[in-house]
Design a protein around this ligand. Sequence first.
Ligand code: NAP
Length: 537
Amino acid sequence: MMMTMFARTIHRSSSRINVHHSSLSLSHSLRCNSHSPSNILHCQMSTETASIIDRLKSSGLLRTKGLIGGKWTDAYDGRTIEVNNPASGDVIASVACMGERETKDAISSAYDAFSHWSKLTANDRSSRLRNWYNLLLQHKEELGQLITLEQGKPLKEAIGEVGYGASFIEFFAEEAKRIYGDIIPPTLSDRRLFVLKQPVGVVAAITPWNFPLAMITRKVGPALACGCTVVIKPSELTPLTALAAAELALQSGIPPGVLNVVMGDAPKIGNTLVESPQVRKITFTGSTAVGKKLMAGAAETVKKVSLELGGNAPCIVFDDADLEVAIKGSLATKFRNSGQTCVCANRILVQEGIYEKFTKAFSNAVQNLKVGNGLTEGVAQGPLINEAAVQKVESFVQDAVSKGAKVLLGGKRHSLGMSFYEPTVIGDVKNEMLIARQEVFGPVAPVLRFKTEEEAIQIANDTNAGLAAYIFTNSIKRSWRVSEALEYGIVGVNEGLVSTEVAPFGGYKQSGLGREGSKYGMDDYLEIKYICMGNMG
Ligand code: NAP
C-alpha cells in the first residue's frame, strides 16, 4: 500500500514539473494501469474503509467508469487509475483512465444534447436542477464520506462541502428563471432593438482535488441553468465524488449527454477539450500554471475562458482588532482543509503593537487542533493530499527558517506518518521569503510584522495573486479604506469564512478571470445577442 502511495506521489510531482516546462502542449506523465477493469478493490483496504465502500456501493453512488452520453463507460483501451485514501494509503477504487478518444465522444454527446437541453423552458431546467439539489442533500452523509475517503478532509468539513456544493445547484436552479434580456430605446423611429441572452454551448469544466464536489457544482450549476451542456474533467486524485454527483444528476432527470465526465490523462483530455471547435467555453479551477496553458490553448479557437486560480491571501490584523475575533477568523481561514484552499490565509500580517499577544494566543489555538484520519470524531486537520504536497511545505518552511524566520509551533511532519503535517506557526517571516511569495497550500501560518496601515497595504498587494484578503480591525473607516485599497476580488472584514453561493467569487491579477456564484456567475455562460428590427414604423 505504501508503495502505491509512493508511486502516485512521484507521478504527481513529475506531472507538475512537466506542466511548468511545457509550451503550448500540456504535458504530464501518466500513471494509468493497463487493461485492468475499473472497479472497487476490497482486498487492499482497511475494515473501516471497506465498510463505508460497501454502503456507498449499495446506495449506487460508487461509480468507477466515466459518463459519456448517459452511459457508464470504461476507458476504450481498458486502462485504469487508482484512487487512494491519503490518510491511510488504502486503494479505494480503480477508475477508468481516459484520454483523447473518450473526450471526443463526450464532447459529441454534449454537443448533440445541447439542441434539446437549451430549448427546454427555463422552468423545466430549473426543476431538474432542483431535483439534483434535493438528491445531493439526501445523500449528504455518503457524499461526505466519499470526500473524506478520497480527499482526506475531516468528515464534518466534508459534509459541510456537500451543503456548500449543493447550494450552487439550488441557487442557479432559481437563477435559470431570471435570464432577462433588454429592450433598448431605438435611435431611429422605425427600428426596434432587443437584447437576448443565449447559452454559449458546450462547456468544458476542469476541476481540482481540494473541493471535489463544490468546484464542480459552482460551474455546472450556472452552465446547466443557462442551457449549456458540459464535459467535466475532475482531478485524477478525487474522481469518485464527481462520479457520484453525476449519478445523482442522471437520477434527477438531467438528460443523457447534458452532463458527461471523463478522467485520466489530464493533458490529453485538456488538449482535446481546448482544441475542439465544438467546445465554446473552458472553465477551470486549479493552479495558475495550468490555467495559463489552457488560456493560451483556448486562443486558437477563441473560446470563452473562466479561470479560478491560485491565491496568496494576506490576513491583516491591526492593533485595534478584537483579539478573539482575529484569532477565530485567522484560524478558520488558515487551517480549513489543512490549509489547502485557494482562499486560505497565506500571510498573516500583524501590527507591531499586538504582534506578541496575537502570536502567543494564535499558537495556543493552533496547538488545540486535533490531527488525524478525517473519519475520526473530533479531528480538525486531515492529511495533505499527497507526499509531493508535504515536500512542498517542508521546502517552504526550510527556506523561511534559513532566512531568519522562527518556528513558534510545529514545523515538521506529524508522527502519524503518511502525508500528515503538524499544524505550524512561523514568526518573523519576511515578504521576500518563498512562503510569502507562493501558496504554501498546507497547515503552516507564516506571521509577518508591520508598522503602519500603508505598509500593510503595500505588503499585501506586493504579489501577482489577488483572490482573497482578510482584515481585522474595529475601525469602520479603516475597514473601508483598506478594503478599497486591496487589489483582491474578495475581502473578509472581521471574518475568515467568506464563501457563499450568493456572492461573487473570483480574483484580480493572476488569480483568474470571471466570477463564480451569485447572479454574476451566470454571465460567463451566456452570449449576448443584439437584434435590430427595421421597417417597424
Ligand atoms: P492543478 O494541478 O492545476 O489541477 C487542476 C485540474 O487541472 C485537475 O483536474 C488536473 O488534473 C488538471 N490538469 C493538470 N494538468 C493539466 C493539463 N496539462 N491540462 C489540462 N488539465 C490539467 O491544480 P491542483 O493542484 O489540483 O489544485 C490546487 C490549485 O487550485 C491551487 O493553486 C489552488 O489555489 C487552486 N484553486 C483555486 C480555486 C479558486 O476558486 N480560485 C479553488 C480551488 C483551488 P489531474 O489532477 O487529473 O492531473
